[in-house]
Design a binder for this molecule. Structure first.
Ligand SMILES: Nc1nc2c(c(=O)[nH]1)N[C@H]1C(S)=C(S)[C@@H](COP(=O)(O)OP(=O)(O)OC[C@H]3O[C@@H](n4cnc5c(=O)[nH]c(N)nc54)[C@H](O)[C@@H]3O)O[C@H]1N2
Ligand SMILES: Nc1nc2c(c(=O)[nH]1)N[C@H]1C(S)=C(S)[C@@H](COP(=O)(O)OP(=O)(O)OC[C@H]3O[C@@H](n4cnc5c(=O)[nH]c(N)nc54)[C@H](O)[C@@H]3O)O[C@H]1N2
Ligand SMILES: [Mo]
Length: 778
């Protein structure tokens, strides 16, 4: 059951392996259901046809970029779902909140909460009735200002951002927060691609991808590490399939056999649809141990080094790109020494792969002239994610696979503007140049000390050091690890404020005082004093373009994100450092400020007139290295001795399984569209654990039986989720997988990436216990 209009019915859980290709008729069927379920079908067709077109709206789905050629219909199944989900006619209005107390709402599933529709009015929590009640915008802004001005230090407030915020909203937000006096910018990227930014900045001097859309047409090999594009970046399947078609290698590294990485039927290709034909999306598929990627990469590098030595001995052509190494890189000798110091036994054991598979991957890498490496959460949500991503960079540097057509690094971003938000200064560790530019332009003393990231913000709220939480979008209570502690942290606050489109658990797990501020989404027409406004976003390929809302907002009471931020800022700071209301009357005024202070945005407004937007450029993509050495740095990291954390070892328990948490096909992060996961064959249920059948039996259970999952960590807290159905699945022995956010209670707050502080959502040591009671179904 995947239709949204059946939110109140209990589906029958089913599990049957899926044999079709990704995309195809299933995708079209699912789009049709999303349309009908939105109660706004005809209007939404208009929005969809305008998705990712010039003058249209930027898809609020993922951050994958588009081919610059126009005329194609550029949306995918999940983009259609995202648009329809946002553009519903159902409303969560004062009458809704009068009907349900907060305690009653807390009993409902995430799916049910968001399904109720769009938030339409500003609401304030009333403790006496345990209900949200209407409040005027002015009243809401004054309440926030009163709390903010009461704090002893601005560092006692946390300003969260989720990656859908536009450039204009994000820029205004960071300006306000810094003028107020803190760099406390926890954001979703702290849980997402943080490790990519940290690792790449040290290795190649830029924290973003170095490739553009066109590069995919010129690559001889594309490696896809730890990513499930069939579900999370469906528009990426087409370039993969095209690459296979023209004879390039597409090497997928994923412990799960994800359907989209195997076969794809283009839903917009009539011949394929009529003949039910489909095409492969890979030429090789490697299934490593969880967290085993760095070992595989080190193994590939070890083969390359061996072949290079053989080539030198035999006067054969080099394997390494010596000109590139000499001209552009530093530290290669230390890196080669690190390769020599890593044993084959260690590599094979940790990677979970055979030596023959590692050699095959190395051969494919070596045989290709131009290589792109893509990666996502399977790589970034581990303790050793920073060294793993640096190993990707090391491999690429050895053969000069950076800064030439068809080659480069491609961290595939998640939220549609998460990359842009960082560019705009949503950064708890802001670069000095940004702070200098702000200080120069706005003439106020910017805070220079680092602020809190997501995990640090939770700790600060738990300790009572932070007292106010403001969320610009997102669902902090559900997206973060160690759910019960995050809940305690939010409840500790004097005030929580959520600027949101849809009802979610973060509105229900709130501070002593709480506000819900309803805002426009990407699809809504944003009318300000000077007329309808467009916003801008930046995709994974550093292309900046406009997004125009297409649909009439559901209520006159909703405001745009910039308007809400301006309202809070004006109530708190008056006209310091700018007249906030003047700024939001016409967003080109905000863009002029961006042009003045953010490199790459010179003549911002003029350049937006270019259809398709403009390319921000990539220094590393042009072989300019903004590192302290002025060169691309090889990082001679040591392969971790043991992937199991000391804190797990300290308990003396041997984990039953290592579990990753991942997305189903019917969700967008904490937004659950439906209870199906089509490509994995799961229907009508989410409280499931994917386990190898032999492991289920080894652990004394039967397939289909329910179990409690308990995570192992030595701080004495119990972390348990109850009544998960064990599905016998094609997954390597010793591994398990479950859906995020259902298993977030199991991820310890202290289990984070070294150097990235990202929760290790893809590596949780667990044990299974007989089910204590059945879990929720909805
Ligand atoms: N429809 C839809 N689109 C989305 C989202 C969504 O929820 N729904 N979310 C958006 C966001 S914010 C993001 S960040 C992206 C996320 O996009 P993905 O990174 O594709 O998301 P996950 O579902 O977390 O999938 C991780 C993949 O990594 C694999 N994996 C797990 N651990 C390992 C490992 O140790 N090694 C390797 N090699 N693989 C591993 C898993 O089997 C899975 O296939 O998608 C974005 N787009
Ligand atoms: N265990 C585990 N945890 C994870 C992950 C994982 O793989 N495993 N992935 C992590 C990742 S990659 C990410 S990015 C985070 C995501 O963390 P978040 O970004 O915080 O979460 P979302 O679920 O995307 O937020 C959904 C909410 O955003 C609001 N919203 C939607 N559109 C808009 C808009 O246009 N404007 C505003 N103001 N609000 C809007 C709606 O109210 C909706 O309920 O979760 C992380 N948590
Ligand atoms: Mo993400």
């Amino acid at each position: 059951m995947s239709t949204q209009h059946q939110a109140d019915q209990t589906p029958t859980p089913r599990y049957k392996p899926y044999r079709g290709a990704a995309g195809g008729w299933g995708a079209l069927r699912s789009v049709a259901q999303a349309w009908l379920g939105s109660n706004n079908a005809l209007k939404n067709i208009r929005a969809l046809l305008k998705t990712n077109q010039n003058g249209g709206l930027d898809c609020p789905g993922c951050a994958w970029g588009d081919s610059p050629e126009s005329g194609m219909v550029k949306f995918c199944e999940n983009g259609a779902k995202a648009v329809n989900w946002e553009a519903t006619k159902r409303r969560v209005d004062p009458a809704f909140f009068a009907r349900y107390s907060v305690s009653a709402l807390l009993e409902q599933s995430d799916y049910w909460l968001e399904y109720q529709g769009r938030l339409t009015h500003p609401m304030v929590y009333d403790a006496a009735s345990d209900r949200y009640q209407p409040i005027s915008w002015e009243g809401a802004f004054n309440l926030v200002a009163k709390h903010l001005l009461k704090l002893k230090s601005p560092d006692q407030a946390e300003f969260y951002t989720s990656g859908r915020a536009s450039n204009e909203a994000a820029y205004l937000y960071q300006l306000f927060v810094r003028a107020y006096g803190t760099n406390n910018f926890p954001d979703c990227s702290n849980m997402c691609h943080e490790a990519s930014g940290v690792a790449m900045a040290q290795s190649v001097g830029v924290g973003k991808g170095t490739v553009t859309f066109d590069d995919f047409e010129h690559a001889d090999a594309i490696f896809v590490w730890g990513q499930n594009p069939g579900t999370n970046h469906p528009r990426m399947l087409e370039p993969l399939r095209e690459a296979v078609k023209r004879g390039a290698q597409v090497i997928c590294i994923n412990p799960l056999k994800e359907r989209g990485l195997e076969r794809f039927q283009h839903p917009q290709n009539p011949i394929e649809m009529l003949t039910n034909g489909d095409r492969p999306t890979n030429t090789a598929y490697l299934r490593p141990a969880l967290g085993g990627d760095m070992a595989l990469m080190r193994g590939m590098a070890k083969f390359l080094l061996q072949w290079e030595r053989e080539a030198q001995a035999n006067d054969a052509p080099s394997v390494f790109d010596h000109d590139f190494l000499n001209e552009h890189t530093g530290g290669v000798l230390e890196y080669l020494a690190a390769i020599d110091a890593t044993s084959w036994e260690h590599i094979v054991e940790q990677s979970g792969l055979s030596l023959a598979d590692i050699e095959r991957a190395a051969q494919m890498y070596r045989s290709a002239e131009n290589v792109i490496m893509c990666w996502a959460m399977g790589i970034t949500q581990h303790r050793h994610s920073v060294p793993t991503i640096q190993e990707i960079a090391n491999l690429m540097l050895l053969r000069g696979n950076l800064g030439k057509p068809g080659a480069g690094l491609c961290p595939v971003r998640g939220h549609s503007n998460v990359q842009g938000d960082r560019t705009m200064g949503i950064n708890e560790r802001p670069p000095v140049a940004l702070l200098d530019a702000l200080e120069k332009r706005f003439k106020f003393k910017v805070p220079r000390h680092n602020g809190h990231n997501t995990v640090e913000a939770i700790h600060a709220m738990l300790k009572g050091e932070a007292k106010i939480f403001i969320g610009l979008g997102g669902n902090f209570a559900q997206a973060t690890p160690d759910s019960s502690r995050t809940a305690e942290a939010l409840r500790n606050c004097e005030l929580t404020v959520q600027i949101s489109t849809k009802l979610n658990r973060s509105h229900l797990i709130h501070g002593k005082e709480a506000l819900i501020l309803p805002c426009f989404g990407r699809t809504d027409i944003d009318l300000q004093v000077e007329g309808p406004q467009a916003v801008t976003v930046e995709d994974s390929f550093s292309m900046v373009h406009e997004s125009h809302g297409q649909l009439q907002p559901l209520s006159r009471q909703m405001r745009s994100e910039p308007a809400v931020i301006a309202g809070i800022a004006a109530a708190t700071l008056g006209a310091h450092p700018m007249d906030w209301n003047w700024l939001i009357a016409d967003y080109s005024r905000i863009r002029d400020l961006i042009a003045d202070t953010i490199p790459g945005f010179e003549d911002f407004n003029q350049r937006l007139e270019n259809p398709g937007g403009f390319y921000l450029g990539s220094s590393a993509g042009e072989r300019r290295w903004n590192t302290s050495s002025g060169r691309a740095n090889f990082k001679p990291n040591v392969l971790p001795a043991d992937l199991i954390h000391e804190s797990v070892r300290a308990t003396g328990q041997i984990p039953d399984l290592i579990m990753q948490s991942m997305r189903s096909h019917d969700q967008y992060n904490t937004t659950i569209y439906g209870l199906d996961d089509r490509y994995r064959g799961v229907k009508g249920q989410r409280d499931v654990l994917f386990v190898n059948e032999a492991d289920i039996i080894r652990l004394g259970f039967k397939p289909g039986q329910k179990a409690d999952i308990v995570s192992i960590w030595s701080d004495g807290r119990e972390r348990r989720v109850k009544g998960f159905t064990l599905l016998a699945f094609d997954i390597p022995a010793g591994q398990a997988a479950a859906y995020y956010p259902e298993v977030n209670p199991l991820v310890p707050l202290e289990s984070v990436g070294d150097g990235s502080h990202t929760p290790t959502s893809k590596f949780v040591a667990i044990r299974l216990e007989a089910a204590s009671e059945t879990g929720r179904i909805l």
